[in-house]
Design a binder for this molecule. Structure first.
Ligand code: T4K
Length: 404
């Protein structure tokens, strides 16, 4: 008789899913509405350069967050680069290494050194208690990242920034539609940056936005994202091309109409995963503060290898064989990627919590493409793996020896 272990796809069983289940499958709103908007855009013959959709999208985001200014951009990476430049950051800027590589690259691209700071293992966000130790005479700013949409310890970071006269920016790529102490993300620091990439909670295909309450900064960023043009034939800053296209804004406006539905589905999925996985010893799931607004976009597990009896990377291999494309964000940490790995080969020594988390973290698929039956199946695979960890390891070792 076939055992549960035999039925795993990694041992030539049939994959649990015929189609791949992705982390970051785009949430797509009402197609008819999107196509209507695209038709109108084509009729209007206005495709980019601050068209009416971009203007409407910016207004809607500003209203939703309560921030004074929203400047839509082609993606969050360029938006970060522009904010960094507009704020005059130079020298060194303190950032977590536990983030997507774009946060660090946005600095290094302008020859500013990203100084990697460790995280708080409870929040996964930059640990304010470690920030002061990293400040040198060359430090000009701090970039906090609201990882998984859970806000940083904003007050503590702001206090440090004020004390040392540093600029404070938040990479809020994950945190659109989230709040902190009842105030929407988009209102903190000198500026905050959202991502509207296809894989994000709300998408504009590719896209991003800078939110700020600073009039002067907003005006500067608006010019910088349009080559520095201040009217026909008059360039007053170094600028670049950070503009959002009308097609992207049309997608954004359409996505906004389904915002509540996306949140509801993500929250349902989050609660289901929580229910299914919370009883498994050695697996803990990142939880969201229900008293705040939240997009519930990420299902994040932390795995205790000793307790579950199998290591994280093997679990990833097993899930991938079942067509569950679980991800290890942000393994192995920015400090272990180039060029930072070569610049700071020993950075890991001052990043013990980042190093630990990078080995423990695992993200599971959610979003509108994932429903209760998929979640039940994914969790069943995880339960089988955890219940049979030693047998699975032995069999894989046996297969490896046979193949050698
Ligand atoms: N700061 C932070 C903290 C970020 O997380 C990010 C982006 C940024 C800044 C920069 O924002 P942007 O400049 O991108 O606006 C993905 C995304 O490309 C990236 O935007 C995101 N973070 C990061 C966390 O995830 P990859 O390299 O993992 O992408 P990829 O191609 O492996 O796609 C992820 C999964 O999504 C795959 O399993 C396939 C699925 N997928 C993807 C796309 C594009 C789909 O099903 N459909 C799609 O259209 O970076």
């Amino acid at each position: 008789m076939k055992s549960q272990v035999d039925s795993l796809a990694i041992f030539s069983g049939v994959p649990a899913f015929a189609e791949k289940l992705h982390v970051g499958r785009p949430n797509i709103g009402n197609r008819e509405r999107l196509l209507e908007r695209i038709e109108a855009m084509l009729d209007r013959c206005w495709l980019t350069n601050h068209g009416p959709y971009v203007e409407e999208f910016e207004q809607k985001i500003a209203e939703l967050t309560g921030a004074k200014h929203c400047i839509a951009m082609c993606n969050a990476t360029i938006a970060l680069e522009i904010v960094i430049k507009a704020l005059g950051m130079t020298g060194e800027v303190i950032v977590p290494a536990f983030t997507f590589i774009a946060t660090a690259h946005a600095l290094q691209w302008q020859e500013i050194v990203p100084v990697f700071c460790d995280i708080d293992p409870l929040t996964h966000n930059i640990d304010p208690n470690r920030v002061e130790d990293m400040i040198t005479p060359r430090t000009t700013g701090i970039i906090g990242v609201h990882v998984w949409g859970r806000p940083c310890n904003i007050e503590a970071l702001q206090a440090i920034a004020d004390k040392y006269g540093l600029r404070l920016v938040f990479d809020a790529a994950h945190a659109f539609a989230c709040s902190h102490n009842g105030r929407m993300i988009g209102n903190f620091g000198n500026a905050e940056v959202f991502s509207f990439h296809a894989t994000k909670f709300l998408n504009t295909f590719e896209g991003g936005a800078v939110l700020t309450n600073d009039d002067e900064l907003a005006a500067k960023i608006r010019l910088m994202k349009n080559f520095g043009f201040a009217g026909y034939d008059n360039v007053i800053y170094i600028g670049t091309n950070g503009k959002m296209s009308e097609a992207s804004a049309a997608m954004g406006l359409t996505s906004l109409e389904s915002l509540e539905e996306f949140i509801e589905i993500n929250r349902r999925n989050y609660l289901l995963y929580m229910q299914e996985l919370s009883s498994i010893p050695g697996i803990s799931m990142v939880s969201y503060d229900e008293s705040e607004k939240c997009n519930y976009q990420y299902i994040v597990l932390e795995l205790d290898e000793q307790q579950i009896g199998i290591d994280r990377d093997l679990l990833v291999r097993i899930l991938h064989a079942e067509n569950v494309i679980a991800r290890r964000y942000f393994h192995p940490g920015c400090h272990r990627m180039e060029p930072y790995k070569s610049y700071f080969p020993h950075a890991g020594l001052v990043l013990p919590e980042t190093e630990k988390l990078c080995r423990r973290v695992l993200l599971l698929p959610t979003g509108t493409a994932v429903g209760p039956s998929e979640i039940a199946k994914v969790c069943e695979i995880i339960r089988i793996v955890v219940a049979n960890g030693s047998e699975i390891k032995e069999r894989l070792l046996g297969e490896f020896v046979m193949a050698a």
